[in-house]
Ligand binder design. Sequence first.
Ligand SMILES: [Zn+2]
Length: 262
Amino acid sequence: MKPAYHMNEAGSERCPYCETNYSGYRTSGFNWQSALKVEFPDLARYATALYKVEDLRLGSLWACRHCDYRFWLDSRENMMKAVPPKNRDVFTRWCSQPPVLSREQRAAIEALRPVDRHEGCREVPASVRFSPLLDPCLAIIRLEREPDVLFSSDEHVRLATDICAIEPTAYALPYDIRLATSKVRFIERPGSDYVESEQTKVQSPMGYMFLIDGFESCFAFGAIRGADMKFPGARRPLLSRLNRPTRVEFPGYLKTWVLAEP
Ligand SMILES: [Zn+2]
């Protein structure tokens, strides 16, 4: 029986061959070597459904034979990543030209003190203008050669070549706190499907305590901004003894990711 295709006008929906994986979710990426070795039936299905379109300046472009979905295979031919339709244009531009910062932009970013996120990847929050006519955005500038951030469908991503001006942002946590959140451990809780990061305790100028998640580099709570925060001192302020620490998650939709060559 011929499989039913569910392709909308924009071609953004995937055919049954690449729609769901073994746990019932759409794949955002998978190990290509495992797929080739037929280690898992669900992955083997991709190995026959995908064909190589072309080699890129880094890695290669692949497409599904049954639908319009595109995939990127890293240069070590290890991980195959699905390109979300909303990031396809940015991905195409990234493929044609690396997003290289100017000397002035690089100096402005180094002055903001990026922290290591993982090997070959540094990050720093900034207030970035993409046009002299538009308001600045809160941006997380990611200095990484591989375009991993493009493959998350939740993130709004721009390229460093789109930057018009870079300034500090009050939402950025101080360097020592960003360094601490980038180094937290991940803990697997019994009975939970999720791996959680350890939380970092920080203090507001008034002495309120807050808990922030691993890898967080920005903070806002009422009128308090990241730049106001510090690590709790040795003496616990009165307010922290009266109130439990508040867990604060910075809203992801407020961030624009900017991909730049390291
Ligand atoms: Zn498909």
